[in-house]
Design a protein. Structure first.
Length: 273
């Protein structure tokens, strides 16, 4: 049975099935040139069998396919996102399941790598997820996840500073009900979750996704970065947009672009069996 938080995430992504992939593919890792999906996929290449937890519309799995993975699978709460994933030519033979990462419908030792991009941190009962990942991974298989970082840059923190008071105005019955697993926001916390399932200490790689673009585009990307923005009504959104564009005007570059960045962390570990 899914929880209220899981139901909220499912409903949100059913309405906006490509929101996350549009956000991530709009940016490039600062100083790198790849998308965050590409960075994550490259960290587990050349894994032949790859499972994505919270696979969304299949954008990350498609990158893994282009990196040479042959057996692809994903699970997600949102049937709307999975419908888009099934339309991707790279995923024609993939096993895509509607379900929870705490109860994976896969055999033991069936994948060389398990990945998750900005989804592991939202999963309830993280220890159950870790145990399931350990079960389906082959000996010494890789588990690599991208999780949110504590800071952002440019216009992004301005957006959040302006938005938080509005989020508090939203009636309780309309507020976003998802919960984040706080331990995934730092290296020690992730090790605390993963070690009992038999994983080695994680490597920890912070980086920034550069979302610099025209001001209106940055506004849209900032909105898609935070679930709670979806709870604001039209009047609140109009107030927020007006304040955001005014407050960030002095940040614009000579060519009119607005700097913005989303900081994340990539944690990777190996199953010790």
């Amino acid at each position: 049975m899914t929880s209220a938080a899981e139901n909220y995430l499912r409903e949100y992504h059913d309405r906006k099935p490509d929101a996350m992939s549009v956000l991530i593919e709009s940016g490039r890792v600062t100083g790198d040139g790849r998308t965050s999906y590409e960075v994550l996929a490259d960290r587990v290449a050349p894994a032949r069998r790859v499972l994505d937890l919270g696979c969304g519309d299949g954008a990350l799995l498609a990158v893994c396919a282009r990196r040479g993975a042959e057996k692809l699978a994903g699970v997600d709460l949102s049937s709307g996102q999975l419908a888009l994933a099934r339309q991707r030519p790279e995923l024609a033979g993939a096993e895509l399941h509607h379900g929870r990462a705490q109860e994976l419908p896969f055999a033991d030792d069936s994948y060389d790598a398990v990945v998750s991009h900005m989804a592991f941190m939202l999963m309830e009962d993280a220890e159950a997820v870790a145990a399931e990942v350990a079960r389906v991974l082959a000996p010494h298989g890789a588990f690599a996840v991208v999780v949110g970082g504590p800071e952002s840059t440019g216009a992004t923190p301005v957006f959040l500073e302006l938005a938080r008071p509005l989020f508090r105005e939203v009636p309780e019955e309309r507020r976003a009900t998802y919960t984040a697993e706080r331990r995934t926001s730092n290296r020690e916390g992730i090790d605390e979750v993963l070690a009992p399932a038999g994983f080695a200490p994680v490597s920890w790689e912070p980086y920034e996704i550069d979302l610099t673009a025209a001001p209106d585009e940055v506004w849209t990307l900032c909105c898609e970065s935070y679930y709670s923005t979806d709870t604001l009504d039209d009047v609140q959104l109009a107030r927020l947009r007006s304040a955001f564009l005014a407050e960030t005007e002095q940040l614009r570059t000579a060519d009119g672009r607005l700097p913005a960045g989303l900081c994340v962390n990539l944690a990777k570990t190996e199953l010790l069996k």
